[in-house]
Design a protein around this ligand. Structure first.
Ligand SMILES: Cc1ncc(COP(=O)(O)O)c(C=O)c1O
Length: 333
């Protein structure tokens, strides 16, 4: 099977497994795991944040980050198909009591006018206060689109003007970095908090971090434990993430090339596929999913007429060419 359903399906490479097996570990709830320390310091340093905290998932990293910025009964603004709202199963409202409102942009971009219009200052007992704006970069359900740095800087300026915070869901910020050449520190500079994942394009089996100020991260350590995310000798996982950071960032450019090839085979403009996610409109997505599966290619339906494919470390050029042939024949009817 050629599995294009997600970039989370990768299995750790032999070299990564060896690095994990060698990891120095300690009890991370006691804050004594040297590999976790190394990962947290490395990632915070790359993005220019004061501190980082290891979490099992990107979802938990996002919940913690947003909770650092938005109090119970306050709101976060985000794009309508943001992962934090659509795919984290209501975790933000359920666990931390925040509310949200959305703007809509087909390519998952920031809409400064809509944000300015929606923003609500603190009005005491009358209205919900807007405490933060969350941006997803790259945007998963919009098709791996990149939010350009100049737009993020304009958002930062607006947020400062409105006295509100900015969170970046950077589960795939590595893809945006490689696709545009934007330094990670420039992405870090526009955000109050950021969540990044190692278990997507980077190919680690587990792990994310949430970043912010040292004071925020200390508070989030408590909330992480409360949510059941206090882990023990988790340096084994941190070592996989460190290996991925060292070995698997620059190669994302290959995944981006493969995604363009798939986009073309599916009859869409490859220029619209900016990173490793291809979203294609088809008359009947579940039917295409079934037909492709029957021919050894796994793709996903993200709506009745939307097909989604992701390229990653575990599919090479030949796999992608085979999948492209299968899909182009199915779509040609
Ligand atoms: C944009 C985005 N943010 C956050 C997450 C959450 O990551 P996890 O599956 O590790 O909870 C995902 C997962 O696919 C994602 O695509």
């Amino acid at each position: 099977m050629i599995d294009l359903r997600s970039d989370t399906v990768t299995r750790p490479t032999e070299d990564m497994r060896r690095a994990m097996a060698r990891a120095e570990v300690g009890d991370d709830v006691y804050d004594e795991d040297p590999s976790v320390h190394e990962l947290q310091e490395e990632v915070a340093g790359r993005f220019g944040f004061e501190a980082a905290l290891f979490t099992p998932t990107g979802s938990m990293a996002n919940v913690l980050a947003v909770a650092a910025l938005v109090g119970p009964g306050e709101e976060v603004l985000c794009e309508a198909r943001a992962h934090i709202l659509r795919a984290e199963l209501g975790a933000h409202g359920a666990f931390t009591g925040i509310t949200s409102r959305t703007w809509r942009d087909d390519r998952g971009q920031v809409d400064l006018e809509a944000i300015r219009e929606m923003h609500a200052p603190d009005m005491g007992p009358f209205f919900v206060r807007t405490a933060a704006i969350s941006v997803e970069n790259t945007h998963n359900f919009a098709g791996g689109t990149v939010v350009p740095l100049e737009d993020l800087r304009a958002l930062r300026a607006l947020a400062d003007d409105l006295d509100c915070a900015v969170h970046v869901d950077g589960a795939r910020i590595w893809n945006a970095h490689v696709a545009t050449g934007t330094p990670l520190s420039a992405y870090g500079a526009v955000a109050d908090t950021m969540a990044v994942c190692f278990s997507k394009g980077l190919g680690a089996p587990v792990g994310s971090v949430v970043m912010g100020t040292a004071e925020q991260v200390e508070r989030l350590r408590v909330l992480r434990k409360r949510m059941g995310g206090g882990m023990r000798q988790v340096g084994i996982l941190a070592a996989g993430a460190l290996w991925a950071l060292d070995q698997h960032v620059e190669r994302l450019v290959e995944d981006h090339g493969h995604a363009k090839l798939l986009a073309e085979a599916c009859g869409t403009d490859p220029a619209l596929t900016e990173t490793n996610i291809v979203v294609v409109d088809v008359p009947d997505a579940p039917a295409v999913v079934e037909a492709a599966r029957a021919q050894g290619v796994l793709v996903g339906a993200v709506g009745p007429t939307k097909l989604r494919m992701l390229t990653h470390l575990d599919v090479d050029r030949l796999d992608v060419e085979d999948a492209a042939l299968v899909l182009s024949k199915i779509l040609a009817g």
